[in-house]
Design a protein around this ligand. Structure first.
Ligand code: CAO
Length: 431
């Protein structure tokens, strides 16, 4: 076991460079080629690796010192043979071959010949690439942390290892971090596949409509930003449908159609009153729930240009006839592209009904900042076992997607169970 002073090796033309990180401390066991310090000039950041495996006995530099070739770094108790030449992992630009180091003052053994320093181009202080040393970058990479999301506490906003650790701790505690807190997300995904489709058959290129492009961005944000869960349930609407048909004749005489959707809006307003957390939004910090005392229900309308969601205001204060009239009016305006931005604002909950088209269930995307959306599929007459016999009943599938940050599965199951009971026993509950 020889005590040896490790010195700054040949680092090319760089002189008086800043020590920006000391990566080891006395008592640390280090492996050959493990980085000991990071130095930085205007042009490059370099890590100086250990020339041998051993134990750090004494540090001879600290963060902020200026060093040049030959400056002492630390005293190492080397465990075995010492590296004889520059490291194979030297990065760009390739360091000059090491020169014989001058004799160490008071060295107990000759200085070690060293692996070359590992150089990296200095990261710009501003812009998308954050300022961080190679070892911090490596550390972040190992943990899957996107450095652009980490706030640097070092000089010039440099991201330190502690910053990365604190960032990860924050994520583990569930705190929003970096751009995520502002509603943005940075997903480290592979590039989108680039395919020349024409190679495989004839194609046609059609530009997306303005509505589709706008909706697409919002849908993507909501899909990736909200932990969705969908609770499926069924409502027996046999009696409700009989009542609707009966009343539809009255409505028809007045010039409008009494649709199932009007009853669904009414039933949802009722359920939202019983379960206020579903009529709420998270605030920007993600730490408070804003519970709304009004019940404005958005209804997804399919138009040739794409999906729009006009809002029925104060749905809880309107009867099914008024709701049906308003639904007919807003879906007509939606299809004629006559909705104003205000017609689509202020919703507290949404309904997406595909029942007129078909399907047995689906997973709707929550319309942020709302926390839940009800998907409705096509009702079917099915045999239901009741009082000892199978009887034909009209069954409506419900799919409630909810934000799991706000709503638990048990609450969601209670909500749909309640909603189904309201729809099944509409006259008693709502009329
Ligand atoms: N089960 C069975 N039949 C249903 C039904 C259901 N759940 N809902 C409606 N129907 C039937 C109606 O009885 C009606 O039949 P008739 O023409 O024989 O009377 C027909 O379907 C059309 O229904 P409707 O006139 O009542 O219209 P609606 O209330 O179903 O829909 C609207 C209105 C605006 C919601 C609809 O036109 C629409 O745009 N739906 C698509 C919404 C959408 O795209 N959602 C997806 C969002 S996620 O991408």
């Amino acid at each position: 076991m020889a005590l040896t002073e490790v010195k700054v090796p040949d680092i090319g033309d760089f002189k008086e460079v800043d020590v920006i990180e000391v990566l080891v401390k006395p008592g640390d066991a280090v492996r050959e080629e493990q980085s000991l310090i990071t130095v930085e000039s205007d042009k490059a950041t370099m890590e100086i690796p250990s020339p041998a495996t051993g134990v750090v006995k004494e540090l001879r530099v600290k963060t902020g010192d200026k060093v040049s070739q030959g400056s002492p770094i630390l005293v190492l108790e080397a465990a075995g043979a010492v590296a004889k030449g520059p490291s194979q992992r030297a990065a760009l630009p390739a360091p000059a071959p090491p020169r014989p180091a001058p004799a160490a003052p008071a060295a107990q053994a000759p200085p070690l010949s060293r692996p070359g320093p590992v150089l990296y181009e200095a990261a710009p202080a501003a812009g998308s690439t954050p300022h961080a040393s190679p070892s911090v970058r490596k550390f972040a990479r190992e943990l899957g942390v996107d450095l652009a999301r980490v706030k640097g506490s070092g000089p010039k906003g440099r991201v330190t290892q502690t910053d990365v650790q604190e960032f990860v701790k924050g994520i583990m505690r569930g705190a929003p971090a970096g751009p995520a807190a502002r509603g943005g997300l940075s997903l480290d995904l592979p590039d989108w596949p680039q395919v020349d489709f024409a190679k495989f058959g004839p194609i046609e290129i059609r530009a997306l409509s303005r509505i589709r492009k706008l909706a697409g961005g919002n849908l993507r944000r909501n899909w990736v930003g909200i932990p969705h869960v969908t609770q499926h349930d069924e409502a027996d609407i046999t009696e409700l449908e009989a009542y609707r048909k009966e009343q539809a004749q009255v409505a028809e005489k007045q010039g409008f159609k009494l649709t199932l959707l009007a009853f669904l809006v009414e039933a949802c307003a009722n359920a939202l009153k019983q379960f206020p957390d579903f009529n709420a939004s998270l605030d920007r910090t993600g730490e408070n729930l804003i519970v709304k005392k009004y019940f404005h229900i958005g209804v997804a309308v399919d138009t040739p240009e794409g999906l729009v969601v006009p809002v029925i205001r104060d749905a809880d204060r309107k009867g099914v006839f008024d709701l049906a009239r308003e639904l007919a009016e807003i879906s007509k305006r939606a299809r004629e592209k006559k909705l104003k931005p205000d017609d689509m604002r202020g919703g507290t909950f949404s309904i997406s009904s595909l029942g007129g088209i078909g399907g047995t269930g689906f997973t709707p995307i929550i319309n942020a900042p709302e926390v839940a959306i009800l998907g409705v599929s096509r009702s079917q007459v099915r045999p239901v076992f009741k009082d000892g016999a199978f009887v034909p009943r009209l069954i409506l599938p419900l799919s409630l997607a909810y934000d799991h940050r706000v709503i638990d599965g048990a609450a969601a199951a209670r909500f749909t169970t309640y909603l189904a009971s309201v729809l099944s026993d509409f006259r008693r509950t709502l009329l």
